[in-house]
Design a protein around this ligand. Structure first.
Ligand code: HXC
Length: 517
């Protein structure tokens, strides 16, 4: 029989047309009216033009199997694979125009299929979330459907990068799938995430609050730390996901792709010799150093609005992706607190899982003191960062720029926790504590007895600063590998990365460690 004349061709064409139409023109208009793109428009922008291969466009939910009229081909989610800059990724994009993008059994099976294939093929999985949550009409089957996704989120963790993009509602238990992935993007105004919504908040704790205030993009990017990135709209968001993918390997067996930005490895920057102010109490912006050393001055900061006293993000050195962790003296003097420790620990673990070398730029006066931090568990949270660095087997290189005091010095990828190459600038101060604290402890009695206590303390601080608050004691002991000229930082880092290219380190055999969560 001539296939082109087969009745199935017509059926296929009809089903495809219905699948492509989603919830229909009216609902698509509503979606656009909210400033949101449709599921398919989003995929088109995310992937290289014409690269999308769709799966399960014809799949319908259980109700659709029984009642053909209720059958919506695709069941509210578009799934498949395509490329970003020529590299394969798997994707699912929830279609809010179909039953509010709600998730039932078939919808979940489609997502699970691409998640399974992503792991099998060793390619990232990107989820574009825009959903009313568990499909109420499917009852416990909808909850079971979420469970299957959660299971796969954990199985895929550390195997392929998982990226979530929240572009609409994401409420109740549904939030736990994105939260178990590696990075969450949220779109300003359109996206919100919460475990219990404003109406429940009002009933239970009698507080009026909007969705935006409770779980909007800004709140999660700056306060809770749930969102790693925010974007003004869908278009910017999808472009940023493409940018993130460019820094990452496709799976945990590969290294990130090299990208030559034609920035000479030998390039020096004499201005760096003047970055650190002569007065140790004066601040400066660590971003100056970061943008100076990285290839093409390109840096993708993760969590830019959360725990700003530490900077984490991706850049390239000599074409190779690196994960950068840097104290920011311009915010809270660069002190380590609970949020900063959590933020950096999760970032370090991601880099380690995906073979991305770590560069650590240190200017840390210590851990944040006070009952708020102590009672909030800074011991637990600080331990996360310590654990994460110790556990990491990727190349680990540190530059001590200025302050490196006490436990915080050890935590920030020091030689003592087996950092591979440790450099210090001449401005480095590596000691148990800062000059004032040290002089006050050592000379407590003498200060009390002195005629001019202030002058005495000042003299002792100066003495301490000259003797201890320098890089030279640590250099004499071999705890740092070299004191380098600031202007040469870029080339020294690139050389170190080259020499550590073949680093092999093995963790002892065990089921898994027990990081202080
Ligand atoms: C079935 C749903 C749905 C859901 C929305 N719809 N959510 N259908 N199950 N969960 C349907 C609506 O009935 C409507 O259909 C269409 O989708 C569009 O929804 P609207 O309400 O018109 O849109 P909007 O005004 O933009 O409001 C969006 C919304 C709201 C805020 C998401 O729909 C809503 O509150 N939905 C329920 C959210 C919820 O409680 N979900 C369960 C969360 S708990 P019609 O045909 O009328 O246009 C959860 C548990 C997960 O998900 C557990 C995992 C372990």
């Amino acid at each position: 029989m001539d296939i082109a004349r087969s009745p199935n061709m017509e059926i296929l064409s009809d089903l495809r047309t219905r699948a492509l139409a989603g919830g229909g023109l009216h609902r698509i208009d509503e979606q656009h009216g909210k400033g949101k793109l449709t599921a398919r428009e989003r995929i088109d922008l995310l992937l290289d033009a014409g690269s999308f291969e769709e799966f399960d466009a014809l799949k319908v939910g259980r109700t659709g199997l029984i009642d053909a009229k209720a059958a919506q081909p695709g069941d509210g989610v578009v799934t498949g694979h395509g490329t970003i800059d020529g590299r394969e990724v798997f994707v699912f994009s929830q279609d809010f125009t179909v039953i509010g993008g709600s998730l039932g059994e078939a919808h979940s099976q489609k997502i699970c299929k691409v998640m399974d294939l992503a792991v099998t093929a060793g390619a990232p999985i990107i989820g574009l979330n825009d959903s009313g949550g568990a499909r109420i009409q499917e009852g416990v089957d909808a909850l079971a459907a979420y469970g299957e996704i959660f299971h796969r989120n954990v199985q895929a963790s550390g195997v392929v990068p998982q990226i979530s993009c929240v572009m609409g509602p994401c409420a109740g238990g549904a939030v736990y799938s994105p939260s178990m992935t590696d990075f969450i993007f949220m779109v300003d105004s359109a996206a919100y995430m919460f475990v219990t919504g404003p109406s429940v908040v009002k009933t239970v704790i009698h507080q009026e609050i909007t969705s935006e205030q409770l779980g909007g993009a800004r709140v999660h990017a700056s306060k809770s730390g749930v969102a790693h990135f925010t974007a003004a709209n869908d278009i910017v968001c999808l472009r940023e996901i493409r940018r993130l993918i460019s820094y990452l390997p496709s799976n945990n067996r590969q290294k990130a792709p090299l990208l030559d930005l034609r920035d000479p490895a030998e390039r020096d920057d004499p201005a760096l010799d003047f970055l650190v102010p002569p007065n140790p109490n004066q601040t400066y912006d660590m971003n100056v150093l970061i943008y100076s050393i990285l290839d093409g001055a390109e840096f993708m900061e993760v969590h830019p609005q959360f725990a700003r006293n530490i900077i984490c993000g991706f850049g390239r050195l000599g074409g190779q992706t690196i994960g950068l962790v840097a104290n920011q003296p311009a915010v809270l003097a660069g002190v380590l607190d609970s949020d900063a420790s959590f933020k950096a620990a999760r970032f370090v673990r991601f880099c380690d899982a995906f073979n991305i070398p770590l560069i650590c730029l240190v200017d840390v006066p210590g851990f944040m003191p006070g009952p708020d931090q102590e009672h909030g568990g800074i011991i637990r949270h600080g331990a996360k960062l310590l654990y994460a660095f110790v556990e990491a087997t990727v190349p680990r290189i540190t530059v001590i720029v200025r302050k490196a005091y006490g436990g915080a010095y050890l935590v920030m990828n020091s030689k003592h926790i087996h950092g591979d190459v440790i450099y210090a600038w001449p401005s480095a101060e590596i000691a148990v504590m800062g000059p004032k604290g040290a002089a006050e402890v050592i000379y407590r009695r003498e200060i009390q007895a002195a005629d001019d206590a202030e002058a005495f303390l000042k003299e002792k601080m100066e003495q301490y600063r000259r003797t201890f608050a320098t890089p030279f004691l640590a250099a004499q002991r071999g705890y740092i590998d070299d004191v380098i000229y600031p202007r040469n930082t870029r080339k020294r880092l690139i050389r170190s990365l080259q020499v550590l290219e073949g680093k092999q380190a093995r963790a002892p055999l065990r089921k898994h460690g027990n990081i202080p969560l």
